[in-house]
Design a protein around this ligand. Structure first.
Ligand SMILES: Cc1cc2nc3c(=O)[nH]c(=O)nc-3n(C[C@H](O)[C@H](O)[C@H](O)COP(=O)(O)O)c2cc1C
Length: 463
């Protein structure tokens, strides 16, 4: 292990389970995904453990499978920003991260909402930028399948550019409130913003003062080459899926390796993969529990539905505890599922590979689906898990993790009660917050306001 002095600090976020393929709504211990009490419990527990932030993912449309709401989505999706605003009132230090789409929203609204959340929370707001633009989700909005895949990051980059110009249009010390002279604002401290670009034309005086963080922290989730370039150019934190040790190290090197050319330090961008944790009193106990959780997450009908997404045909006559279907996939039926679920362009190589694996390892349909959808995660005693998390961070497989529970709202209680204190004992995790803002928790600089920001991009607007 590299001997760093001072020890590299682990960053941890608490992911609210929500609509997610890891969420188990059928467990008797599973509570509401909508009641404020569920959000409040997880946020308060996370703050008691001194976590960096609370995290909400987003889906703008419930996924469908064969014309029905996808089994895992029945829990529903509340709107992100009101939930975070309500949590700001019941927490003091915890960061509040909201996922908001960059393809279907306008910069003025987003900039105002996050500036407001930053002000209300005393500097704890963060925006997770996602681009998802599949036509099925797009149909919720007035522009149908808008935008083509290739233009999503272009729009996202321009959206962030405009949002930053709006946040910077107020100086930090703009409000004088000087009753004697009658001056409420300092002269010249609030400037109009004018932006003309391919995606946005924006002109006006931004109504919300600059928040305590200057700009809310920017997260990014998106894994393609353009997605990684966008993260390196724009984000403070990357939310990734690369949680296993080797995969994590490769991703970490790849993304951090893009920073120097952009004039950024490695410390200015944190990489936080999503991960799951299953604890047990002994390693065997933990392994047994992990197997139980995975079987809850992948039910028999769920395993069949998963195969149907790839095969493109009805497979309900097959026994999930039996061998893989002997019928061939329908190459043209990509519409059997809609929304952010598994789609493969040509299912035949995947089917051939899965058949070979199932035969070699003696796997049933359900076992195979469990095997191909398991993405790492920490399984062991509290001591083992603390060791593994710390090793991942010290050896640059990540800068920490976003912990994704499978149960609402108590799914992280044991990790927060048992694993976090062990990380604190070894000096890898804070025992107290050192500052009030999320930027303080993550060790990120506060952006300096540009004195005057007027962007004119000499390009034709997109119609
Ligand atoms: C770790 C991770 C989390 C994501 N979370 C969300 C989410 O909560 N909501 C959403 O609409 N898209 C989410 N996405 C999808 C991305 O925004 C993006 O649309 C998708 O990854 C395709 O972009 P890419 O080709 O750059 O990977 C997530 C992606 C990743 C990798």
């Amino acid at each position: 292990m590299s001997a760093r002095t001072p020890r590299k600090q682990v960053h941890l976020g608490a992911h609210f389970p929500g609509v997610n393929s890891t969420t188990v709504w059928s467990d008797p211990a599973s509570g509401s995904q909508i009641d404020f009490a569920s959000f409040e419990h997880l946020a308060r527990k996370a703050e008691d453990a001194r976590l960096d932030f609370f995290f909400l993912a987003e889906g703008l449309r419930l996924r469908e499978h064969k014309g029905e709401i996808f089994d895992l989505d029945v829990v529903g999706r509340p709107d992100t920003l009101p939930v975070l605003a309500a949590l700001a009132a019941v927490t003091d230090r915890l960061g509040l991260v909201g996922t908001i789409n960059t393809t279907f929203n306008e910069p003025w609204e987003i900039a105002r909402q996050f500036a407001t959340l930053d002000v209300l929370s005393g500097g704890r707001a963060a925006w997770n930028l996602v681009t998802s633009s599949d036509a099925f989700t797009g149909a919720n909005f007035r522009r149908g399948g808008f935008l083509p895949y290739e233009q999503r990051y272009e729009r996202a980059a321009e959206l962030v550019e405009v949002a930053r110009a709006l946040w910077d249009s107020w100086d930090d010390d703009a409000v004088l409130g000087d009753a004697a002279s009658g001056a409420f604002l300092r002269d010249g401290a609030v400037r109009d913003v004018e932006h003309v670009g391919p995606h946005f034309q924006v002109r006006g005086t931004f109504p919300t003062p600059r928040g305590p963080q200057g700009h809310p922290v920017l997260f990014q989730a998106g894994d393609s080459g353009p997605g990684r370039d966008f993260a390196a150019a724009t984000a403070d934190v990357v939310f990734s899926m690369h949680s296993t040790f080797e995969d994590g190290q490769a991703f970490y090197q790849d993304v951090k390796g893009r920073l120097a050319a952009l004039g950024r330090t490695e410390e200015s961008l944190k990489i936080l993969p999503a991960t799951t944790v299953v604890l047990g009193d002994t390693p065997q106990d933990a392994a047994d529990r992990a197997r139980h959780v995975r079987r809850q997450q992948v039910s028999g009908p769920g395993a069949i539905a998963f195969l149907e997404q790839v095969w493109g045909v009805d497979l309900t006559s097959y026994d999930p505890e039996g061998p893989l279907p002997d019928v061939e996939p329908d190459v043209d039926n990509a519409d059997i599922t809609r929304g952010r679920v598994r789609h493969v362009k040509d299912p035949r190589p995947v089917v051939a590979q899965w058949r070979a694996r199932a035969e070699a390892e003696g796997l049933s349909i359900r076992d195979l689906v469990i095997a191909v959808t398991t993405r790492g995660g920490f399984v062991g005693t509290a001591t083992q898990v603390a060791d593994d998390i710390d090793r991942a961070v010290q050896e640059d497989a990540s800068d920490g993790f976003i912990l994704v529970p499978h149960l609402t709202p108590h799914g992280l209680d044991d990790v927060l009660d048992q694993v976090v204190p062990l990380l604190q004992e070894r000096g890898s995790f804070r025992t107290e917050y050192t500052g009030p803002t999320l930027r303080d928790h993550l060790g990120l600089d506060r952006p300096v306001a540009a004195s005057r920001r007027t962007a004119h991009l000499d390009q034709q607007p997109v119609g």
